[in-house]
Design a protein around this ligand. Structure first.
Ligand SMILES: Cc1cc2nc3c(=O)[nH]c(=O)nc-3n(C[C@H](O)[C@H](O)[C@H](O)COP(=O)(O)OP(=O)(O)OC[C@H]3O[C@@H](n4cnc5c(N)ncnc54)[C@H](O)[C@@H]3O)c2cc1C
Length: 299
């Protein structure tokens, strides 16, 4: 790793690990080393880190909770940036509006909303991502999606903080204005509704019960591997093609939910990729449906 770059980004608001295994930062528990893993605690420090990345030509990738990623066994060249500190803050602005830092977990945001009698975010309970990752992905479940609650987002564009309204965010199925761009989401204001705390609690519990029944939550995974194809369910197609439980090494199509691939121990990214290709080709051959990946391949 470029020593001058490391010197340039050193500060109390930045913590740096070189040669950091990405398997420690992904829900799949898969991924080789990144040259440099940087936790950044506030916007000023983030701007300095991004400036240094540009100056020293260090490529960078912003990670949330790593719950939608398959990181290569060869790792990630350059820097992986994680937002912490101030970015974990969640603040009530009025009875129905909450501002969540991009680094805050969706779980923390859901709990905060419940404790403040704000309804509308219950659908997100159990999605193991950050607020930044959820906005980027337009995460959704059980009839809800980020699109319905995000009022404004502040983000970093070439060192400049900008604001964009929810309506301008081009939200669609697992897609937003941020998809495939290098902007960094700083925080999001969510517009919720006054709601009885107990009602929110029961809805969250109901959502979690459904997840526990259907999803292999006891094994590392990245959730649904494939997007829902128009007019079909990926899991149903995979099952119909006899692929439930099929494995390549320690990577296996979940016995509980065929849309998930689980890591049974020491699965490599290559094994997961091989399994994905196998599933895609069999489903295409037997049903004619082309499965598109929801998870992101990095490195
Ligand atoms: C068990 C399980 C269940 C799941 N269930 C669901 C579900 O019901 N619905 C659903 O939609 N998803 C689900 N997921 C997938 C995943 O949790 C979501 O996609 C989540 O929104 C990803 O957030 P993250 O913080 O982990 O992002 P990451 O996986 O770290 O990153 C995803 C993308 O977001 C970008 N990103 C993250 N933070 C920022 C930021 N601050 N600025 C700019 N870009 C950023 C990354 O660069 C990357 O491109 C599930 C995953 C698991 C493991």
């Amino acid at each position: 790793m470029n020593q001058e770059f490391l010197e340039a980004i050193k500060s109390d608001s930045v913590s740096i690990q070189t040669d950091e295994p990405m398997s420690l930062h992904t829900s799949f528990r898969i991924g080789g080393n990144t040259d440099c893993y940087i936790e950044v605690k506030n916007t000023n420090a983030l701007v300095r880190v991004i400036d240094a990345c540009k100056q020293y030509e260090v490529p960078y990738f912003v990670i949330g909770m790593g719950s939608n990623l398959l990181v290569s066994d060869n790792g990630i060249r350059g820097a992986v940036i994680k937002l912490t500190g101030d970015f974990d803050e969640i603040k009530k602005l009025n009875d129905t509006t909450v501002r969540c830092g991009a680094g805050a977990t969706l779980a923390a945001a859901c709990n905060f909303a419940k404790n403040n009698s704000m309804g509308g975010l219950e659908f997100a309970w159990g999605i193991p991502g950050s607020v930044g990752g959820a906005v980027y992905m337009n995460a959704g479940a059980y009839g809800g999606e980020m699109k319905n609650v995000v009022a404004t987002v502040r983000y970093l564009d070439e060192g400049v903080v900008k604001e964009i309204s929810g309506k301008a965010l081009e939200f669609s199925y697992r897609h937003s204005f941020f998809t495939d761009k290098q902007y960094i989401i700083l925080d999001a204001e969510m517009e919720l509704a006054v709601k009885n705390k107990n009602e929110i609690f029961y809805l969250m519990q109901d959502t979690m019960d459904k997840r526990k029944k259907k999803q292999p939550l006891n094994r590392p995974s990245a959730g649904s591997v494939f997007k829902r194809p128009e007019g079909h369910y990926a899991a149903a197609l995979i099952e119909q093609c006899g692929l439930k439980g099929v494995s390549v090494g320690d990577a296996q199509v979940s016995e509980k939910h065929s849309g998930f691939i689980v890591n049974n121990g020491k699965a490599s990214a290559e094994q997961v990729k091989e399994l994905i290709e196998k599933v895609r080709s069999v489903v295409k051959e037997k049903t004619g449906v082309e499965l598109e990946c929801e998870i992101k391949f990095i490195g």
